[in-house]
Design a protein around this ligand. Sequence first.
Ligand SMILES: Nc1nc2c(ncn2[C@@H]2O[C@H](COP(=O)(O)OP(=O)(O)O)[C@@H](O)[C@H]2O)c(=O)[nH]1
Ligand SMILES: [Mg+2]
Length: 238
Amino acid sequence: MINGCSVSLVMPCRNESKYLAALVKDVPSFYDEILCVSNKSTDETVQVGRQIEKGDKRFRLLIDDRVSGGIGYGFAHMTGIQMARSEYIVCADSDGTYPIEDFPQILKQMIERDLSFVSCSRYPDKEIPPQLQLGVRALNLEIMLLYWFKIHDSLSGMWVFRKDVVPELRLTEGDWNLSPQIKLNAHKYLGKKFAEIKVKQRLRLGETKQSYLKTGIKHLIWIAKNRFVEPKSVQQAD
Ligand SMILES: Nc1nc2c(ncn2[C@@H]2O[C@H](COP(=O)(O)OP(=O)(O)O)[C@@H](O)[C@H]2O)c(=O)[nH]1
Ligand SMILES: [Mg+2]
């Protein structure tokens, strides 16, 4: 709770057992609840989560094992967002890379600027080599050309929004495409109540499990298709 506003933290996770306890311990006290949604974890993530639940009243481990093409990032987010009970929701990876401690400053800007949805942009960042940013830049350009929407970080995994705008986000994608979808829909349906705010990303705890090239190509195709035919129902699970 901060300035009379309650806030839930939603984190999708797959096989993050090694770092989960340390991550949860560091979650600032203004978060009213922490929802960690495991998706097909094959390590001790669920057991570690149950243990954390015993010691931390704010923490809940949820399980959503639906996947599409082996990925359940979007399904996990949709479940976490639906279960969140606070007025504000912060979504972020459970790998320690996003500055969830920045919520108070972001909230202040949201109130001052009358925003309902903020996508936390990692770019531009001169410290990150341009070749690493290339994929995101290519997708940003695609969005500019197809949607006439100037975005700085089409794949940021940290978003802050009011719970009451969730129906307007029309979330359907169960895989990684939930990430571009949530921004494109927030921009389209919330108009001036959407903004990007610059944040600073940290180095990841543990290894990423994804293939950036494969995911990037899937994003490229999905973004183009979505411009002409918007999905109407939740993606089919495998
Ligand atoms: N629910 C779910 N979460 C996943 C999946 N794959 C990765 N994650 C989690 O989603 C977040 C983003 O994945 P990550 O490997 O950090 O991707 P990157 O940030 O693009 O390198 C992390 O918190 C992972 O634990 C998945 O298939 N399903
Ligand atoms: Mg990550």
